[in-house]
Design a protein. Structure first.
Length: 1051
């Protein structure tokens, strides 16, 4: 999809689930990339989800999820479906998973159509997202082949492999007494006694040995008992192999029940057979517990319900037409009252009012009865059945038939249509029907017929010949009679005889006179403008017109003045005036190879000088409009050439701008001063004077009388200079107050080496002084690199050249010295601070006496780390503090190390750690805080590959880990090959192990083991039951064998 016309997006989605409860939502995951491969990381993405029918034509459910923040996501998203704003359907009880229900329901689609899903139909998911510029469709739609959390699963309409049609509700089954069975008559179930043919039917008979042969065992089985005296036969009578040939007795076992010699088949392959006898046409059907007699239902045949959905059953059809055995003269019709087809007799006698007489026909009347009437009007009918048209719309047609081809029925204007020929007078105008189209009289010889579309008539009009009626002719010819006499005119060239001669002799003349026929009658050669009779031309030595004189052009061309064959003054066709240029680009364009100065001079006895005024207005010269805020009233610009043809663009400028919309009482202005930086081409405003007179340097919005602003990678300098630094009154002074003299708020001054004026407290000079009030106190910055704070004439604090700070009079002798003062401490040992370097660390420490321990807090400007240390023994000396060991470190990344000098984690402990409130560290694990991306993939297979070892860290190892502590764990390189999540490479190249992923893999492994144990337990239970069954069979077989031995006399 396009984003701002430049980006193409695609998404990979996953519908995920968690095998716990079944919330009414799905998870939609994926990643969105632009066409250039970069991810979409917009911070307010919206998603629109639609669940549709398999063909995508029916929208069943729609919702929108807004405010998904993909900033810093790499384009990856995880959006819940079912928790957004539902757009369709409107019913509040309709939830997301309701859209997947297939069991006996139908949906109203968005738009009004109805969709009834089959029991195994899937759904489609249609997704759009909004990236801030517009909606984008993810195409194609995605199939949802199974619904997460089993809200309504793919087999929601089935139990196992059976549909609802395969089962019977318990509530519709009667309670049957002993010795009866359920019987189904096609409509209802009832109880029936087992008798006769209802005793049941065996549908599958097989033989387990060679003694019994079965033919057609699944339909109409024929059982043959192999009788004889040889092997694999049974004895009949007194067989020599038997000591006692007789009919067996006793209880039957296995699939038989009852007693020999008449046992009953009670089971088939160990599954019980219902005792109720089947009805004719039924078959044995397994109901999950036993074989029962059942008729074949539509649901027993796969797909038959869908195939027969548009048909009625034979019995339903027979019922519908049972009373529709119609006889001759009857027809079948549907009676909604009885719900079946019935017959009715067809008869028209009741609708005929009379009998027909000669030349009459039946015509229905208002009582729905047909009566005999004679035909009248424009049609006549004889009793032979022949009809004649005798009129049209009530007008008679002549009985005289047409006599020749081309005749038509023509209305005579009174009452009758008669055969006749058409004439031009019969053609009427389509505009006015009473007007004939052609004129009543003939046109003259100089006229022709002309059609008028306005009246739709033909009129006579004069024939006019114009130049357009003549074809193209040879150039310089004309239509004329023959030049030698009378005759037909033709196009020819002019001949000498066509023009008469005049009395002027041959020659060249500057002034000629012609008569009304164009013939030259006189000719002269004047030498002055007056000789030509010209009084309105400009001539040498001037003119005296007696009125204002005008010179110029009246067409679209310019005017130029030249001297020495050079253009000096040019006025182009747009009115631009150029001095020494032929192409002026402004109303006044002055160019010169020498001096380009424009000189304005004024000679006057008044105090006024020469002026150049600039006027600005909006509108037109004829209708001026007031200027508006921001309009430039005037501008002075400096431009310079940078090659043979081009000039710079306003490199330096002074502009006066309107600061408000001008009215008769409002003329506010500002002044803009601009320059172009060295190496640049764009002019920038450097100084602004606003309408209030505030001056801004480096800012266009000054807020003070002088507002200086600047920025850059170098110094931003503002100078207040006094080059005389030696006299007694030399100062560079910056005063703060309400007036130039008198009381003031303070001042900043630079005082020279010999200054002795106001504020010259007895201290080193030259110096810079910051004073509050009138010399009552301030701050001195001395030229000898010292700093002093003074109150009145007394110096209260001083920083000397070596950085020592002194509080009180005198020169400090230590980094911090308090002269005649104290550091007040409210209790406990006095804390001492000192500056030392211990392993590159600046420390601030304290100690409290010879028998106390010392401690320190240190900061390393080299590493950016903070350290916490204590002395290893008592003794309040500087050495015991500076030599103390680091116990805790906080590095510049915020990592805290306890026993670790270079922590790699937010909390890095070397040694042991304990919790006083429990046995484990805790993490925030609330589901509301998590974006879940799936299940952890490592488990039993990976755990089995891990090797647990005992070890000690090597002595003098690079990470300074303790080597005297026996430990148990893993080798990071080995774990990395199995569970990469558990190992990462430190900045120094060493591997470190995080056991959390191994814990999670162990949880998965335990779950896998539990699953395997449960499978083994089920298999073991199955084997145990099977063994019990086998044991029973062996016991029965042993009993049967003993019985056979007894009957055979074998001991």
């Amino acid at each position: 999809m396009k984003i701002l016309g430049t980006s193409l997006f695609f998404a990979l989605f996953v519908l995920s689930q968690i095998a716990t409860a079944s919330p009414n939502s799905l998870t939609y995951q994926g990643r969105i990339l632009k066409v250039d491969g970069t991810p979409l990381e917009y911070n307010n993405v919206s998603f629109s989800f639609e669940v549709t029918s398999p063909d995508g034509l029916c929208v069943i459910y729609r919702e929108q999820v807004n405010g998904i923040n993909l900033a810093n996501s790499g384009g990856v998203f995880d959006v819940p479906i079912g928790k957004g704003t539902k757009g369709y359907p409107a019913a509040p009880t309709f939830k997301l998973l309701d859209a997947f229900q297939n069991s006996g329901t139908s949906f109203t689609c968005d738009g009004g159509a109805t969709y009834s899903p089959a029991f195994d139909e899937i759904r489609r998911l249609r997704v759009q997202f909004h990236d801030g510029s517009g909606w984008k469709m993810i195409s194609p739609d995605s199939e949802i082949r199974s619904v997460p959390y089993a809200g309504y699963s793919y087999s929601a309409a089935k139990l196992g492999s059976n549909t609802a049609a395969d089962f019977v509700l318990k509530s519709v089954l009667p309670t049957c007494g002993a010795g009866t069975f359920l019987s189904y008559n096609g409509t209802n179930f009832s109880c029936a006694a087992v008798a006769g043919a209802s005793g049941g039917t065996v549908t599958d008979v097989t033989s387990g040995n060679a003694y019994l042969t079965v033919v057609n065992g699944t339909s109409t089985p024929t059982l043959t008992l192999n009788v004889g005296t040889a092997a694999n036969t049974v004895a009949a009578g007194n067989d020599s192999r038997l000591s006692d040939a007789r009919i067996p007795t006793g209880s039957a076992t296995g699939d038989l029940s009852g007693n020999y010699p008449s046992p009953t088949v009670a089971k088939l392959q160990g599954v019980a057979v219902a005792s109720a006898a089947p009805t004719s046409g039924n078959f044995l059907k397994y109901n999950g517990a036993q074989w029962t007699s059942s008729a074949i239902a539509t649901g027993d045949v796969t797909g038959l319900a869908a195939t027969l959905s548009g048909y009625v059953t034979q019995s339903s059809f027979n019922t519908a037409v049972a009373d529709a055995g119609c006889t001759a003269g009857q027809t079948m019709y549907w009676s909604s009252g009885v719900g079946k087809f019935l017959c009715q007799t067809l008869s028209d006698s009741s609708k005929l009012g009379t009998t027909l007489t000669s030349a009459q026909v039946f015509v229905g009347n208002g009582s729905n009865v047909a009566t005999g009437v004679a035909i009248s009007g424009d049609l006549s009918l004889a009793n032979t059945g022949a009809a004649s048209v005798v009129g049209l719309r009530g007008k008679a047609i002549s009985a005289t038939a047409p006599t020749a081809a081309g005749q038509v029925l023509r209305y005579d204007g009174t009452s009758t249509y008669v055969p006749a020929y058409l004439s031009l007078a019969d053609i009427r105008s389509s505009v006015t029907a009473t007007n004939t189209m052609f004129p009543a009289t003939s046109c003259t010889s100089s006229q022709t017929l002309t059609w008028s579309s306005l009246t739709d008539t033909m009129t006579c009009s004069n024939i006019v010949v114009s130049a357009s009626n003549f074809g193209s002719q040879t150039a310089k010819t004309f239509l004329a009679a023959p030049n030698g006499g009378n005759g037909t005119p033709s196009f020819r060239t002019i001949a000498a005889s066509d023009l008469p001669t005049s009395g002027v002799g041959a020659g060249t003349y500057r002034s000629v006179t012609v008569d009304t026929y164009g013939r030259v009658t006189a000719a002269t050669n004047p030498t002055t403008a007056a000789g030509y009779g010209l009084t309105d031309v400009f001539v040498k030595d001037g003119n005296s017109f007696g009125q204002d004189a005008f010179i110029g052009t009246n067409d679209y061309f310019g005017l130029a003045l030249k001297t020495n064959n050079q253009y000096r003054l040019v006025i182009d066709r747009d009115g631009n005036v150029g001095v020494n240029t032929t192409s002026p680009s402004a109303p006044l364009h002055v160019n010169s190879n020498g001096s380009g100065t424009i000189l304005a001079s004024r000679i006057s006895n008044s105090n006024n000088g020469a002026e150049i005024a600039f006027y600005k207005s909006r509108g037109t010269d004829a209708s001026r409009l007031a200027v508006q805020t921001g309009d430039r009233l005037m501008g002075l610009y400096g431009l310079g050439a940078y090659d043979g043809t081009n000039f710079s663009n306003n490199s330096g400028a002074i502009q006066i701008l309107a600061a408000e919309d001008f009215t008769a009482t409002a003329h506010g202005t500002s002044i803009d001063f601009g320059t172009t930086a060295i190496g640049g081409t764009v002019r920038q405003t450097r100084m602004t004077v606003n309408p209030q007179g505030l001056v801004g340097i480096g800012t266009t919005n000054p807020i003070a009388k002088l507002h200086v602003d600047g920025a850059g990678d170098g110094d931003v300098s503002h100078y207040l200079l006094n080059t005389d630094d030696t006299s007694a009154n030399s100062r560079a002074l910056f005063l703060l107050g309400t007036a130039a003299t008198g009381a003031r708020y303070g001042y900043i001054s630079h005082q020279g080496s010999n200054y002795s004026g106001m504020g010259s407290a007895a201290a080193s000079k030259p110096r810079t002084t910051v004073v509050a009030g009138t010399d009552t106190g301030g701050l001195n910055l001395y030229a000898n690199q010292q700093i002093g704070m003074w109150i009145g004439a007394t110096e209260a604090l001083k920083v000397n050249t070596n950085g020592y700070i002194g509080i009180g009079p005198g020169t400090p002798r230590q980094p911090l010295e308090i002269n005649k003062g104290h550091i007040f401490h409210t209790g406990g040992d006095l804390v001492h601070f000192f500056n030392s370097y211990h392993n590159g660390t600046q420390r601030y420490a304290g100690y409290g006496g010879g028998s106390a321990y010392a401690g320190a807090i240190g900061y390393s400007p080299t590493t950016g780390s903070m350290y916490f240390a204590t002395s290893s023994a008592t003794g309040a000396t500087d050495t015991s503090v500076t030599g103390s060991a680091n116990h805790m470190t906080i590095d510049r990344n915020g990592n805290v190390g306890i026993g670790a000098t270079a922590p790699s984690y937010k909390l890095h402990v070397v040694g042991t750690a304990g919790l006083s409130t429990g046995t484990a560290w805790t993490n925030a694990s609330d589901r509301r805080l998590k974006d879940i991306h799936g299940n952890y993939e490592y488990g039993l297979n990976e755990i089995l590959k891990l090797r647990t070892i005992r070890y000690n860290y090597k002595k003098d190892n690079a990470l300074k880990l303790p080597s005297d502590v026996p430990m148990t764990g893993f080798v990071a390189q080995e774990v990395q090959q199995v569970i990469p999540d558990a190992v990462k490479t430190r900045a120094d190249g060493y591997l470190e192990l995080n056991v959390d992923p191994i814990h999670w893999a162990t949880v998965n492994a335990v779950q896998e083991l539990y699953g395997q144990i449960m499978i083994l337990r089920q298999e073991n239970e199955s084997v145990r039951k099977e063994n019990e069954e086998l044991k029973k069979q062996l016991q029965q077989q042993a009993a049967d064998l003993e019985l056979i031995k007894t009957r055979l006399g074998i001991k």
